[in-house]
Design a protein around this ligand. Structure first.
Ligand code: HEC
Length: 213
């Protein structure tokens, strides 16, 4: 082998090694992307096992709940830390990946879940393109929150509002089928929930109501 061929071969080997290193960095040894948090059906359970902040629930998959709570309770907003989980209703979740994992969505991933007494099943997940069961894009609404609220809508953060009262959201949270300590509802509460289910099933609210069942 002459010198030129040897050099070409050497460069080739270096390139292979380098791309291997880059790929390993991006995917991580565990098959996850850089900054990605592992999430599966079993990540999610009874909404009320999370910590309630005003009307919604938070948790942190990295055990960093204090940092998540600090932002959730801050009067001026802030950037939720990696691992943060946010839920308003059992069927929809936002999870914060590591810094830079999905810059377009401030590293939030959106999930739509099917929930039952056997647990949670991820129906859809993704970043800018998750459409809920009523045909609306999660990100499309949540990006309307003013920057200091880090895509968390609540009320008064700048998002288009949703036509469900706080009382009905409370009912939905109290009847999460994944919880084993649900209390019986009063007759009028059961009636409210029934009305909501009928409304959803006949689709009167398609395009406006959130998917909470
Ligand atoms: C029509 C606009 C709209 C769409 C579409 C939408 N959301 Fe929301 N979402 C809201 C609003 C407004 C709130 C706050 C409601 C409240 O607190 O009364 C909210 C609340 C939430 C919360 C609690 C934290 C917060 O931002 O207040 C989570 C988590 C959430 N939505 C996830 C999702 C996911 C996941 C999807 C898609 C599967 C989705 N949302 C689709 C408007 C929307």
């Amino acid at each position: 082998m002459n010198l030129k061929n040897q050099m070409i071969r050497g460069i080739g080997i270096l390139l292979v090694v380098w791309t291997g290193i880059v790929a390993a960095e991006q995917d991580g040894v565990d098959g996850l992307g850089k900054g990605e948090i592992a999430i599966s059906d079993s990540t999610f359970s009874c909404i009320r096992d999370m910590t309630k902040v005003r009307g919604f629930y938070v948790d942190n998959l990295n055990g960093n709940i204090d940092a998540t709570l600090a932002v959730a309770n801050s009067a001026t907003g802030g950037k939720y830390p990696e691992g943060s989980v946010v839920q308003l209703v059992p069927g929809e979740v936002m999870v914060k990946h590591g810094r830079g994992f999905s810059p377009a969505t401030m590293d939030w991933e959106f999930f739509e879940l099917d929930v039952s007494d056997t647990g949670s099943k991820i129906i859809k997940r993704g970043f800018v393109n998750v459409i809920n069961r009523f045909g609306n894009n999660c990100f499309g609404c949540h990006i309307q929150a003013k920057p200091e609220w880090d895509l968390v809508c609540e009320t008064g953060h700048g998002c288009e509002t949703i036509p469900i009262t706080a009382e009905v959201i409370d009912l939905i949270q109290r009847t999460d089928p994944r919880c084993d300590d649900n209390e019986d509802l009063s007759t009028s509460e059961s009636f409210e929930l029934l009305k909501l289910k009928i409304k959803v099933s006949i689709g009167t609210s398609i395009g406006t109501v959130k998917s909470w069942l």
